[in-house]
Ligand binder design. Structure first.
Ligand code: AMP
Length: 535
């Protein structure tokens, strides 16, 4: 067979050739735009050419701080299409972490949505490698800003050659993209995606037994393009010629519901918190959602009740999937097998609320205290993964060896596997709390509490939450002879954290359960907290 490389540029070329009149419908700050793949392809080529003129070279990192819209999609193809590396930056991280990752990735250029400019203006003098900023706006004039040099995206595009070819002398193993994920403590960790990994992952999104993305789909990724490439959907949908609906900045459940009806969305993807909001909207309003064939839900466990409400009340098929930044991300997809169709409604729901079975192309192992666990739905162990779209290290980070060793990625997720091979996530070894799809470090909150003179020990655990899936609750032991109140402790730590990081409650305990080596036994503590709340 021929050894032709698996590259991202040709995916856009394919859309230009075979799906030229299919559309991307994009909500920006000011407008709703409709562009064909012929136009998107030409704009992508102009962007590659303009980036070259700005001095961007093979291997350089191109950062984005942006919502889901067509311009972001164009950078998704222009950066790797010219051999550079797309670095999507999570705008919800703290300014300190944003500075760190831009410097660590050595971004040469930053593409920024107009409403996100203030975030970067405040930290500009700390950015060590950025040579130019590009604002993505619909307005003709540049916004007032102290960023320099500052270009306007549309003006920049005008300077580019609409026939600029996609670069072909790229190795399929070369970096195409990167994304940082939160660590338990300290700075975020970078994951680099290769062209090959992204292309193979895109095929997987098209498989009939996963998301089955195809030309006939109208796809609306709600998961941000700064979260693992919107789960790879922009790449797959462009390649397969699906219509794409990009919901733009600061969308609301109402906008999502309206878009589903108006554009006859067939497949959409997001974290459970999004779907809880949309569910409320759909229940209150009169919307026609009959076009939907799949609502993909991942990033946190999809609550059984959410699946049930979407399917039984609204008749909207709901699909639960699992993955991580390190895995590009699709790893498992929950789907009933042909011979499970006669299960009771409850039985089907039980199965589908699991994270599902491994997609073809990957390998998994689940390691418990005594080696690999039996696939009996009972024994628990850590999920290990390997395959062509699983990272092999963190980018220039000496913390890599704790997660990547013996040829496997150690996910930190504790799972059971049933006889059908479906995994169910039971716990996680990493000390992080996932609230509404974003990570909160329990360790950092614990350290903040422990700086208070009255606090002897503090442990922060995740409690189940109907809206956010998990919320932090602090468990505190006071020094003997000291007294303090919940509110005083919360005020003490408040200046250090974003509002959504603040624990929902502080509970006082006489002691915190510990392992034989003195580590907090979080699972036991969580049970005690649940008992306290009677949940
Ligand atoms: P991230 O790297 O931010 O995408 O987070 C990945 C982590 O989110 C995984 O290691 C899991 O702990 C968690 N996660 C992702 N999808 C699911 C899911 N469907 N159910 C439960 N946890 C999930």
């Amino acid at each position: 067979m021929m050894q032709t490389p698996l590259l991202i540029g040709p995916m856009m070329e394919h859309a230009e050739q075979f799906f030229a009149r299919k559309e991307v419908i994009s909500q920006t700050h000011d407008k709703l735009r409709r562009l064909t793949y012929a136009e998107i392809g030409q704009r992508t080529r102009r962007l590659m050419s303009a980036l070259s003129q700005l001095g961007v070279q093979k291997g350089d990192r191109v950062g984005t701080l942006a919502w889901n819209h067509h311009r972001h999609l164009e950078i998704y193809f222009a950066a790797p299409g010219m051999g550079a590396v797309l670095h999507t930056i999570n705008i919800r991280l703290t300014p300190e972490h944003i500075i760190y990752i831009i410097n660590h990735a050595e971004d040469q250029i930053l593409f920024i949505d107009e409403d996100i400019l203030p975030l970067i203006e405040k930290v500009q003098d700390k950015l060590q490698t950025v040579k130019a900023f590009v604002v993505m706006t619909d307005k003709d004039e540049l916004p007032e800003s102290n960023l320099a040099p500052l270009h306007s995206y549309e003006t920049l595009l005008q300077t580019g050659d609409p026939e600029q070819p996609f670069k072909t002398d790229i190795d399929e193993n070369d970096p195409a993209g990167m994304c940082y994920t939160s660590a338990t403590t300290g700075k975020p960790k970078g994951v680099v995606y290769s062209h090959r990994g992204i292309v193979l992952h895109s095929y997987t999104l098209g498989l009939a037994d996963t998301a089955a993305i195809s030309e006939s789909d109208v796809s609306m990724p709600v998961v941000p393009q700064f979260h693992v490439n919107a789960w790879g959907t922009p790449f797959a949908c462009t390649w397969f010629g699906s219509t794409q609906v990009m919901p733009g900045p600061r969308f609301t459940p109402k906008r999502l519901a309206q878009f589903i009806e108006r554009f006859k969305v067939t497949i959409t993807a997001g974290v459970p918190t999004i779907w809880l909001g949309v569910l409320r909207e759909l229940e209150q309003g009169e919307y026609d959602t009959s076009s939907l064939r799949a609502v993909l839900c991942g990033g946190s466990a999809a609550p059984r009740g959410l699946i049930q409400a979407f399917e039984q009340k609204l008749g909207v098929p709901f699909a639960h999937a699992y993955g991580a930044t390190e895995t590009t991300p699709l790893v498992t997809y929950s789907r009933l097998k042909s011979y499970q169709q006669d299960l009771s409604a409850e039985g089907k729901l039980d199965e589908r609320a699991k994270q599902g079975a491994l997609v073809p192309g990957l390998e998994m192992k689940v390691i418990g205290d005594d080696g690999e666990v039996a696939w009996n739905g009972e024994e628990m162990g850590e999920l290990l993964l390997r395959g062509p779209w699983i990272a092999s290290e963190y980018y220039e980070d000496d913390r890599s060896s704790s997660a990547f060793h013996d040829g496997w990625f150690h996910t930190g997720d504790v799972v059971t596997v049933d006889v059908e091979g479906n995994i169910q996530i039971i716990d996680r070894t990493k000390d992080l709390i996932k609230s509404g799809g974003e990570w909160i470090s329990s360790v950092e909150i614990e350290n903040a509490f422990m700086a208070h003179e009255a606090v002897f020990e503090a442990s922060v655990v995740a409690m189940p939450d109907a809206e956010w899936q998990e919320r932090p609750v602090a468990c505190v032991v006071l020094h003997e002879g000291y007294h303090t109140e919940k509110d005083e402790l919360l005020e003490f730590i408040r200046p250090q954290f974003a509002k959504w990081w603040m624990p929902d409650d502080v509970l006082f305990f006489d002691e915190i359960p510990k392992t034989s080596v003195g580590k907090f036994l979080k699972r036991e503590l969580r049970e005690r907290v649940k008992e306290h709340y009677k949940v």
